[in-house]
Design a binder for this molecule. Structure first.
Ligand code: CTP
Ligand code: MN
Ligand code: MN
Ligand code: MN
Length: 372
């Protein structure tokens, strides 16, 4: 019997995450979970560049269609820096990475994760509190810091909001949202976005994009939705913003930050454990017959819907990479509102995600392949 003379082919991988199909959860979860910790730790330190480098490594490994068993298999692959390769080598040889273990058990990482786990608390605030020695909710409470409304809700529903939302719960929230939207604006369309659209089985929130086939009918819709949700007792907290997006002749419709300008509402829903939903974890903390769930509602005019859908489906890395591809490889700027061609000095219209990929010269990646 002759041994197989053919060497295993090297993995092929493109360098932008938006050029790859990345299903969930991937074949290298030990490696991707570890790199994700290092990325998160860098992000929690405010080191965006370092965080992005680890996220790109993580994204590359997520896209591979088989399990990596030796470092040699990764030769020539993009996105993997020396640091990531060292961590991967440790994991492949020893099953653990000392750097990742040290990071996870460091007081700073633990405190920052806990504090940023409060809805309404970002890295800057958490950092300030940690510097003052605050490492727990109890310490935050006795510190005398006054919390804004979002943070108060975040502390109040901390346990519920840090318990992953299941598919079943997301479906139950969909039923609630559709009922309310259709009652305030018949003909409006509700689309599940975010991680659940990518096929994830759980998430930290549920994201919805809402539009109406007649342009203009969606104006002011978020306020009607909120009023109706409130009248039905479904909202525990909400914070909304109105639409501030305008196209400009110079393509400045490209927002300066990654924030978009749609009418939207970051909210906390009261999900009741009734017949319409049958998850096992059907109660909130303290044995209440309901639990708190984070819900994002975004309203888009139909003319921007394809861009909004692409932008709100994620993953975050997939979005960043698509925008980076657009600028660097096509001289275009992509946002959740529009695609602007800097060479032609005009906006490119699209009524589907497929058309946007085509404008960008990218092969279409379906939502379930965007889990970079
Ligand atoms: N997003 C955005 N602007 C924000 C918040 C989110 O454009 N202010 C986009 C993100 O870029 C992402 C999508 O909305 O593409 C969903 O974000 P999020 O809910 O945070 O993440 P998910 O991928 O849904 O993951 P999770 O399951 O943790 O919710
Ligand atoms: Mn390094
Ligand atoms: Mn989400
Ligand atoms: Mn969200």
């Amino acid at each position: 019997q002759q041994g197989d003379p053919v060497e295993a082919p090297a993995f092929l991988a493109a360098s932008y995450a938006c050029q790859r199909n990345t299903p969930q959860p991937g074949h290298n979860t030990l490696l991707t979970a570890a790199l994700s910790v290092l990325a998160e730790s860098a992000e929690l330190n405010g080191d965006e560049g370092r965080g992005l480098a680890f996220r790109r490594s993580e994204g590359l490994l997520r896209s591979l269609d088989r399990r990596v068993q030796g470092l040699a298999e990764l030769r020539g692959l993009p996105c993997l820096g020396d640091h990531s390769r060292r961590v991967i080598q440790d994991l492949l040889e020893n099953g653990v990475s000392s750097e990742v273990e040290e990071t996870k058990s460091s007081p700073r990482y633990k405190a920052m994760k806990l504090l940023t786990g409060i809805f309404g608390v970002g890295v800057k605030t958490a950092k300030r509190w940690f510097t003052e020695g605050i490492c727990s909710l109890a310490q935050l409470e006795t510190s005398g810091h006054s919390l804004n409304a979002a943070q108060q809700a975040g502390v109040c529903y901390y346990t519920d909001l840090n318990q992953p939302v299941s598919r079943e719960e997301a479906d139950a929230v969909s039923v609630m949202v559709e009922g309310v939207v259709h009652s305030v604006l018949p003909g409006a369309r509700v689309t599940l976005a975010g991680g659940f659209r990518r096929g994830k089985m759980s998430g930290h929130d549920v994201d919805f994009l809402i539009t109406h086939p007649d342009e203009g009918k969606e104006e002011g819709l978020i306020h009607k939705i909120i009023a109706c949700l409130e009248s039905r007792g479904l909202l525990l907290y909400q914070q909304n913003t109105r639409n501030t997006y305008r196209e400009s002749a110079k393509g400045a419709g490209r927002p300066s930050s990654s924030m978009d300008r749609f009418e939207r509402c970051f909210s906390i829903f009261k999900l009741t454990n009734d017949s319409s939903y049958t998850a096992d974890n059907g109660t909130g903390s303290g044995g209440r017959p309901w639990r708190a769930v984070r819900v994002d509602l975004v309203v888009s005019p139909i003319s921007q819907f394809a861009f909004a859908l692409l932008g709100w489906t994620g993953s975050k890395l997939f979005e960043r990479e698509t925008r980076r591809w657009a600028v660097r490889e096509r001289s275009m700027s992509l946002s959740s509102h529009a695609l602007y061609d800097r060479n032609q000095e005009r906006y490119l219209r699209a009524s589907s995600e497929e058309e946007i990929f085509a404008h960008l010269g990218l092969e279409y990646v379906s939502p379930t392949g965007r889990n970079a």
